[in-house]
Write a protein that binds this ligand. Sequence first.
Ligand code: S3P
Length: 172
Amino acid sequence: ARRVLGHRNLVFVGLMGAGKSAIGRLVAQMLEIPFVDSDHEIERVSRMTIAELFEAYGEAEFRALETRVITRLMKTGPRVLSTGGGVFMNEATRSRVLKSGLSVWLKADLDILWARVSKRDTRPLLKTANPKQTLSDLLDQRYPVYALADVTVQSRDDVKETIAAEAIAAIA
Ligand code: S3P
């Protein structure tokens, strides 16, 4: 898998709660390449949390910053890059990732996603009257787009190492 990647980035896409960061970090360890989480990178450069950014500047500004961060990260590699759930929804970013990276959609069922995201209160998009319905709507909107990723790996409630190994097998 490491050889298949060359200088490209391995980019994890998918909805909140799919395990992009946890699985991405493991895959990076297994492939012995650096790991970067785009949300953390945004928080590092802005010195604010994602929730604070949304609150202070709104979603559009957050998306602009997100696009800049991903564009910069896509210029060098190889590394494993876990992206925020909205990254692949941006057409220009998506084509950049498809052209210069290798993308893995971590796909999970609504109940698994919900079980994970409802444990924490950090996602501004889910601050709605019915967050599970909001997550379900996002799933309907986004799954056809995430499906454009190079490979798809099912994220179940399984041992993380198993899913990470499946992701590596899928690209090798
Ligand atoms: C978002 C997902 C979040 C974060 C922001 C918006 C989205 O990242 O970037 O809250 O649009 O799906 P995770 O997918 O890592 O939770």
